[in-house]
Design a protein around this ligand. Structure first.
Ligand code: PLP
Length: 405
């Protein structure tokens, strides 16, 4: 398939609608992406034709559903270029994937006085689980700061690392600043000190080709709904060497080997970490979303989104009173900004009245708000189904709102 956004729009019929009597413009892609027809149809067809609980039955539909679910695991394994399919664990999303590691890894490896490093630009999902783990184990959370331009202060990392550092958790791409962090370099530094690294890939998987073996990350987390798949499904990749040593996260069916009232033994990977009936329909939908974007090509997607980003940033700069948050030269199609003194909630509401969906508020990143000493931001985030014409209309709308104030 060659990249032609006009063909691509046909894959996303949801975009072809009016909101407040205007053609709808969806610039909230960093919050969740829209699903292409193939994914919707796959889920629909599957639900109409095949359904039975997985891994437990010997009957026709149980076997077919299990095969489809395990096939989705193979698709994810290929997509992340993991070494083994057992290193792919289905979760409900990035948040659960991080919580799994924060709970299970820390139960085994974190002791009183130990330290965990996160960065100042993390989404709350990559702060709070670690903070909770630190409280449980009387450990300390350390924070790698970022500079005003949105780049991490990677030079300071060595000074934060100590003999007590047990894990480093970092976003591949910031959901507010859009910065693509130099994670390969950061992983290399951490590994020099034998410190494992969890990468929060929620904002990178839709835009960047991931090779977990090349990155050499120890854990990698992402969500289906940010990569054109369903909600309620996500992935945790973990190196077998770690996953084997970590205790289960949730207890219940599927994750066990043998249960007696005296003692329970646990299942092999990946089932050890997949307690209960998994969201197999979601996993199958995610597999289909990954196949869809692989056909288009992540390089094509990234190149086009970069054009959208450059076009929008240049036009926005021409407006007086525009302040950007996060101006790293290496960023994805995310623009956080403040226009004059217009409160983001007012701006978001007025844009919505003009048919344009953007994100406003604290963006699940309070420390980023604190860094810039603001209480809220407005975020426009682009996807490969957006167009230059939509950006033109966005700019016209900003000018119109600016004049109103
Ligand atoms: N990490 C980052 C960088 C995010 O942008 C998000 C969601 O916006 C999350 C984690 C949490 O993802 P989810 O809500 O799908 O679990």
């Amino acid at each position: 398939m060659t990249f032609n956004y006009k063909d691509i729009r046909k894959d996303f019929p949801i975009l072809d609608q009016k909101v407040n009597n205007r053609p709808w413009i969806y610039f909230d892609n960093a919050a969740t992406s829209q699903r292409p027809l193939v994914v919707v149809e796959k889920i629909h067809e599957f639900s109409l034709q095949t359904n039975a609980n997985i891994h437990r039955g010997t009957h026709f539909h149980a076997i077919k559903t299990t095969e489809a679910y395990e096939n989705a695991r193979d698709i994810v394994k290929e997509f992340l270029h993991a070494k083994e399919r057992e290193e792919i664990i289905f979760t409900h999303g990035t948040t659960e994937s991080i919580n799994l590691v924060a709970r299970s890894f820390c139960e085994r490896f974190l002791s009183e006085g130990d330290e965990i490093i996160v960065t100042e630009m993390e989404h709350h999902a990559n702060i709070v689980p670690w903070q909770m783990a630190c409280e449980r184990h009387h450990a300390k959370l350390k924070v790698l700061p970022f500079a005003d331009n949105g780049n991490l202060e990677t030079d300071l990392l060595e000074s934060l690392i100590s003999s007590r550092t047990k894990i480093l958790a970092i976003a591949h791409v910031s959901n507010t600043l859009g910065t693509v962090n130099p994670i390969k370099e950061i992983i290399r530094i951490a590994h020099n000190h034998n410190i494992p690294v969890l990468v929060d890939g929620a904002q990178s998987v839709p835009h960047i080709t991931i090779d977990v073996q090349d990155l050499d990350c120890d854990f990698f987390a992402f969500s289906g709904h940010k990569i054109y798949g369903p909600t309620g499904i996500g992935v945790l990749y973990g190196k077998r060497a770690w996953l084997d040593k970590m205790p289960p996260f949730l207890g219940g069916g599927e994750m066990i080997d043998k249960v007696t009232f005296e003692k329970t033994t646990f299942n092999e990977l990946p089932h050890k970490f997949e307690a209960g009936t998994p969201h197999y329909v979601g996993a199958i939908g995610l597999g289909s979303a990954i196949e869809y974007i692989r056909k288009i090509g992540l390089e094509n997607i990234a190149a086009y989104e970069h054009q959208l980003l450059t076009y929008a940033s240049d036009k926005m700069k021409e407006l007086g009173g525009m302040k950007f948050f996060g101006e790293s030269p290496n960023k994805t199609g995310v623009i956080c900004f403040q226009l004059d003194q217009i409160h983001p909630f007012d701006l978001g509401t007025l844009l919505d009245q003009l048919g344009i969906a953007v994100r406003t508020g604290r963006l699940c990143a309070d420390p980023v708000m604190d860094h810039y000493e603001v209480t809220a931001m407005t975020r426009a985030s682009f996807s490969f189904y957006n167009t230059m014409e939509e950006i033109d209309r966005f700019i016209d709308s900003l000018i119109r709102i600016q004049k109103m104030f």
